[in-house]
Design a protein around this ligand. Structure first.
Ligand code: NAD
Length: 453
């Protein structure tokens, strides 16, 4: 019997005891998860430093603060989320009790990605625990230090049987995927997303797929380009561009391209100094494979800013590429690194066309002072989310569902959406065995006389 099968069986057995049903139990586990994060902050930051070269403050800002926020929200709202939800009734059911009762699904598989190894893996776990599920946690093997710390330390805080951590690579993930789960929550690239969904279909297991894609960023020539470029530089180069919601490429009119390049160059210098390679707030590419992939993506494009690299350190400078065309190499796949291509378009019409000719992205960014133009982009395109005049911050709003559409994913989470995503919303209708007379119309014979027609 494989280790993966044993782990899933143990989680299911434990779930079936009904242990996770009482809210007090879930609250206790959520508090333990919060305690894990605060007591083990040092282990977490050291692991992320080794995985991605990130600073301590960077890890707090982009990994654990949001996670703690999600846990606190779940603790505050759990009784409200888990309560029966009364619904509007119709004439037939006017005197009945009609409501939606969220109930746990069972055993959830959470497959994490490496780019924010803690936030991405543990945030879905908050929803899973809150909704009363067991969860098998599979951190990405690519962020190996974080995976190891998670495997060693999380079981000291959470119920070991209900929330086991399984480490390993592709073969372990595939072994897990053979097992029967009640939901699979996957974060990662679209190619593996298809493998996950195919495996899930064997058991009719529902999936949430948090995928990536190329998120476009349109800059209207009439906006405050200086401010726009500050926000874009931050959103693009944080975590060396290894952020699923980073702006992937810029669309702007030819007349403002050089100004955009100039402003981004100034911001790179301001944020990361003249030498980002030695600056603590600029990290590294996760591994040599991704380093080589990114260097190859640059081929054939004109470097306007940056371009320096050091393979031995997996370092690539914040880089802007100009006059890029839609069919160039860098536009063939999600960049997921510190390369920012600029493609010139004749205006918003062409930008919308350009976006709509491609897969639906995780986010569309628009920078403009013109509210009508923003609303037009919202109306005429589709994406997981749309942000105007800023980058990334929608991720921090727990009241917004976070997720993709089409090729960028399916399903969503954060806050109550995470709870609902990992619950079964069960319809309940309780009728009394009284007042049988009012039902006579529905019983045959359905004569016109009886129906009053
Ligand atoms: P990855 O290589 O770490 O893979 C993710 C998970 O899939 C890992 O746990 C891994 O074990 C498993 N896996 C890999 N290959 C597999 C296979 N052949 N069969 C079964 N399982 C397999 O991560 P990645 O795909 O490089 O992650 C980067 C992608 O994730 C980017 O596209 C990014 O945009 C996306 N992402 C999306 C979000 C989001 O919230 N939408 C967040 C972070 C990352």
């Amino acid at each position: 019997m494989s280790r993966e099968l044993l782990v899933v069986q143990r989680a299911r057995k434990s779930f079936q005891t009904g242990k996770t049903k009482p809210l007090e139990y879930r609250i206790h586990q959520l508090k333990n998860l919060r305690r894990f994060i605060s007591e083990r902050q040092g282990d977490i930051t050291e692991a992320v430093r080794r995985d991605l070269g990130k600073s301590e403050n960077g890890t707090q800002l982009f990994e654990t603060l949001g996670l703690e926020g999600e846990i606190n929200l779940a603790l505050e709202k759990l009784s409200e989320w888990a309560a029966p939800r009364m619904v509007e009734k119709n004439l037939l059911t006017i005197s009945d009790e009609v409501y939606v009762q969220p109930e746990p699904l069972g055993v959830v598989l959470i497959i994490g990605a490496w780019n924010y190894p803690w936030a991405i893996t543990l945030q879905p776990l908050v929803g899973a625990i809150a909704a009363g599920n067991a969860a098998v946690i599979k951190p990405s093997e690519v962020s190996s230090h974080s995976a190891k710390v998670m495997e060693e330390l999380l079981p000291l805080y959470l119920d070991k049987d209900l929330y086991p951590v399984v480490t390993g690579g592709v073969s372990e993930t595939q072994e897990l995927l053979k097992q029967r789960f009640d939901h699979i929550f996957y974060t990662g690239g679209s190619a593996v997303g298809k493998i996950v969904m195919a495996a899930a279909s064997c058991h009719l297991t529902p999936v949430t797929l948090e995928l990536g894609g190329k998120s476009p960023c349109y800059i209207d020539k009439n906006c405050d380009i200086r401010v726009a470029c500050r926000r874009i530089t931050w959103g693009k180069f944080v975590n060396c561009g290894q952020t699923c919601i980073a702006p992937d490429f810029i669309l702007c009119e030819p007349s403002v391209q050089s100004q955009v390049v100039e402003e981004i160059q100034k911001c790179i210098k301001e944020f990361y100094t003249d030498n980002p390679e030695t600056f603590e707030d600029y990290g590294r590419i996760i591994n040599q494979r991704h380093f080589k992939r990114l260097m190859a993506l640059m081929e054939g494009s004109t470097v306007a800013v940056g371009g320096a690299s050091d393979e031995s350190q997996c370092y690539i400078a914040p880089t802007v590429l100009k006059d890029v065309t839609g069919d160039s190499k860098v536009m063939k796949e999600e960049i997921f690194g510190p390369l920012l291509p600029i493609i010139t378009v004749s205006g918003v019409d062409e930008a919308i066309r350009f976006i709509n000719e491609r897969e639906k992205p995780l986010v569309i960014y628009v920078f403009s002072q013109d509210n009508k133009l923003i609303k037009r982009v919202i109306a005429e395109t589709s994406s997981g989310a749309l942000l105007a005049n800023d980058c990334l911050v929608h991720f921090t709003v727990s009241a917004l569902p976070f997720g993709g559409v089409g090729n960028s994913g399916m399903g969503c989470y954060h806050g109550r959406y995470g709870f609902d995503q990992l619950s079964h919303l069960r319809s309940c209708l309780i009728k009394q065995l009284k007042m049988e007379g009012v039902n006579s119309m529905r019983y045959p014979p359905h004569s016109a006389k009886k129906l009053g027609w």
